[in-house]
Design a protein around this ligand. Structure first.
Ligand SMILES: Cc1cc2nc3c(=O)[nH]c(=O)nc-3n(C[C@H](O)[C@H](O)[C@H](O)COP(=O)(O)OP(=O)(O)OC[C@H]3O[C@@H](n4cnc5c(N)ncnc54)[C@H](O)[C@@H]3O)c2cc1C
Length: 392
């Protein structure tokens, strides 16, 4: 067996398609994000300026938006799709509009998601599509559905409209043969999302994996849920497909549990989340021939674990049932290094009007802020590559 090698410090590969000036721009932005003070000011100022109509969209677009988003429209993402494709990295077009509330808005978002599915057809550079149920459904109705309370006639009608939108999207995905992820969200609406997802999987995953569920392994109950869902899918004769993540809403989850006086659904420690994420990877790997899964993470240890176990088991890096995924603008040392070694790699490429992408951008900004004064993971990699370039 050939020797297993995966060097996530290989910044020459990670930033091979970035010019010196692009890398310097990236460095300046990540250095600003790294400062908790500037980060907080920037986030608040962006929200305020947009809310009172100050003309800051151009500034946001040229800076943070440019680093984390593909463009404002699907067409504007073409350059990014091609550039990632040139490095054998697939794009997942993610319509990053959040916080909508009217039925017309939800229909509009549903139509846009369908356009992303159609754009992906026959383009090998776009292996998956994705959507968030909260983009096409009122939060209150999802919460009621999750609470398993009896719905009144009005909520029942809303519930049917949610169901129809999800079904319409998945139906198009099925017709086009285009796999699609359904993102995981807050635990208090997740039961409704899980129900819808399982129903879609049961309907559309008979011949091949089309609909992918998402499991947040920071939740204490998800490892068992993964096992139960896979077994159920097998018993019912459809292909289980899942995207594994650690989970993005930890603070909000803990805060709500504390305020409302119920036990937090999130693991008490970082080590517990890591252990469940890795156990989930190992579980999926045991069943990789009959299911499909995506390790969606920027964590080097978890990525290495999956890649090294694939190697040990003699599974080809590009096995069609196993994928790695990161977010555009983050984890390039993982994405580019994996892709160069022949693994299946994709990146979420968010897009949408600048003003409406701000909540997404603020989450990325906070993720790259440093509480303890040390450099964020991304900043460290960019600085390392700039140093390397000066020496060559
Ligand atoms: C392609 C892609 C798709 C994604 N889709 C979703 C999605 O659908 N839903 C969603 O919620 N998130 C999603 N995420 C975000 C993801 O959940 C994580 O927030 C993010 O990727 C950071 O986790 P990590 O595995 O990359 O690793 P790391 O950065 O190594 O881990 C950070 C994560 O560990 C966990 N953690 C940290 N400290 C503690 C603690 N004290 N106790 C318990 N747990 C802790 C948290 O989940 C935190 O986000 C996605 C990420 C990617 C890359």
């Amino acid at each position: 067996m050939s020797e297993f090698q995966l060097d996530f410090q290989d910044t020459a590969t990670a930033y091979a398609d970035k010019s010196d000036s692009q890398l310097n721009d990236k460095y300046r932005l990540f250095r600003m994000l790294n400062s908790p003070f500037l980060n907080a000011i920037g986030s608040t100022a962006a929200r305020f300026a947009l809310s009172v109509g100050l003309p800051v969209e151009g500034l946001i677009k040229a800076t943070i938006f440019e680093q984390f988003c593909g463009g404002e429209t699907i067409a504007e993402c073409d350059r990014t799709i091609e550039s990632l494709g040139g490095s054998h990295i697939g794009t997942i077009l993610d319509y990053a509009v959040e916080g909508k509330s009217t039925e017309e808005d939800f229909d509009h978002v549903k139509d846009e998601i369908i356009r992303t599915v159609k754009r992906a057809k026959d383009d090998p550079n776009i292996p998956f599509s994705v959507f968030k149920v909260t983009g096409i459904a009122p939060l209150g109705t999802l919460e009621k559905m999750s609470g398993k309370k009896k719905l009144d006639a009005k909520s029942q009608a809303k519930c049917e409209r949610i169901h129809n939108r999800v079904k319409e999207i998945c139906e198009v995905a099925y017709q086009q043969g285009q796999p699609i992820f359904i993102d995981a969200e807050d635990s208090w609406i997740q039961d409704a999302i899980d129900q819808l997802t399982l129903e879609m999987m049961e309907k559309y995953n008979r011949e091949r994996p089309i609909v992918f569920s998402t499991l947040q392994m920071y939740r204490t109950d998800r490892l068992q849920y993964l096992k139960d869902s896979r077994r159920q899918a097998k018993a019912d004769g459809y292909i289980y497909a899942v995207k594994l993540v650690r989970g993005a809403y930890m603070e909000k989850e803990r805060e709500r549990a504390k305020q409302m006086g119920y036990p937090s659904p999130i693991h008490a420690t970082r080590a517990d989340t890591d252990a469940d994420f890795d156990a989930a990877i190992e579980y999926c790997l045991r069943h990789y021939q009959t299911m499909s899964f995506v390790a969606a993470t920027h964590n080097e240890e978890s990525t290495r674990l999956l890649a090294s176990q694939m190697h040990e088991l003699g599974i080809a890096p590009d096995h069609p049932n196993i994928f790695f995924s990161q977010l555009y603008g983050m984890g390039d040392n993982i994405s580019y290094v994996l892709a160069a070694k022949g693994y299946n790699v994709t990146k979420y490429v968010p897009y949408g009007p600048v003003a409406e992408s701000v909540p997404y951008l603020i989450r990325r900004a906070q993720e790259n802020s440093s509480a303890a004064g040390q450099m964020s993971r991304e900043l460290e990699m960019i600085a390392r590559e700039l140093r390397r370039r000066k020496q060559v």
